[in-house]
Design a protein around this ligand. Structure first.
Ligand code: TA6
Length: 301
């Protein structure tokens, strides 16, 4: 499989497919603009570091142990076809099944600026059809260069409409959770998931002093992480998404999760997730296509 992948989709010296220690296939990208890696299971981008940055922009837990059927802690998990718990069946996986099932490569290439492009498609199975009995194609296109662009596209190839929730649940690397602030969501309403689910409105910049788990709704805004320790800003611009989730587990939840990188890996990440959830779930009409696009850029200050 590795040889066939490299023959058909490899790009010499820039895009190489390898098998990792757990037997999972990983696409390694190393071009003039960045280095990145993506696990074919879940189409899970695990790392991205542009040449201009001495510290990765996408965070990956040092405790994560990729394994077949298991979600990876960090990177950019693809949450689909629902976000959070399944609406009616608690036996179904949180954040959907897309991030733990096989995807296959359908296209690769080099962009005019030298960025590497890779497109993957989710491979349906009896298991996924049991949870999601709709005819559709789910594709993720990743363009890795000085910026990181991710396009999650749902094509409804069936005869009836369906509704999806989705997210690119991206973990961004920061110097310290106590030394960052997030702008862009001022004035937006959000569901505060800490201690229940209360609707509140964002007042000013977002700063962190405890577990934070917020679903901002009805917003297409770009977010910016201002990192005073790493002296950089990370811009997260999106289209086709009306929800944004801001999440840090803080110490207690991080220790319970056990895979956030002991002792305090949780301090070096914050999730700014581009989402369609709650009142922003998306109806994809029969024969139609819905695409959510996110572009990440880091700028030293
Ligand atoms: O997006 C925030 C969140 O929904 C949190 O509530 C927390 O559960 C986080 O996702 C991680 O979820 P996971 O299933 O990846 O452990």
């Amino acid at each position: 499989m590795i040889t066939a992948l490299n023959t058909q989709f490899g790009i010499n010296g820039q895009l190489t497919f390898v098998e990792d220690a757990s037997g999972l296939v990983v696409a390694q990208i190393d071009n003039a603009l960045c280095r990145a890696s993506l696990c074919l299971q879940g189409a899970h981008l695990m790392s991205w570091q542009p040449e201009s940055q001495t510290v990765p922009v996408v965070w990956l837990s040092r405790d994560t142990k990729p394994a077949a059927g298991k979600s990876i802690r960090g990177g950019a998990p693809v949450c689909w076809p629902w976000f959070g718990a399944h609406a009616s069946d608690s036996a179904f996986p949180g954040h959907g099944f897309a991030r733990t099932v096989p995807w296959r490569v359908i296209e690769s290439g080099t962009e005019p600026d030298g960025a590497t492009r890779l497109t993957l498609r989710l491979v349906p199975s009896d298991k996924t059809r049991m949870q999601w009995p709709h005819d559709c194609n789910l594709d993720l296109t990743v363009i890795a260069g000085e910026t990181l662009r991710m396009e999650l596209s749902t094509e409804n190839t069936g005869a009836s409409d369906f509704v999806i929730g989705e997210a690119l649940h991206t973990y961004l690397q920061i110097g310290d959770i106590g030394a960052v602030r997030v702008t862009g969501l001022e004035g937006c309403e959000y569901w505060d998931k800490v201690g229940g689910s209360n609707l509140r409105r964002q007042d000013g910049d977002i700063v962190f002093s405890g577990e934070t788990d917020r679903v901002y709704v009805n917003t297409a805004a770009q977010c910016v992480i201002h990192d005073d320790k790493l002296k950089r800003r990370i811009y997260i611009a999106k289209s086709g998404s009306l929800s944004t989730v801001v999440w840090t587990p803080w110490i207690e939840k991080a220790n319970k999760m056990g895979d956030m990188g002991q002792p305090d890996g949780w301090r070096e990440m914050v999730c700014i997730e581009s989402v369609n959830a709650l009142e922003n779930v998306v109806t994809v009409a029969a024969g139609a296509r819905h695409t959510m696009i996110v572009e990440y850029r880091a700028e030293s200050v």
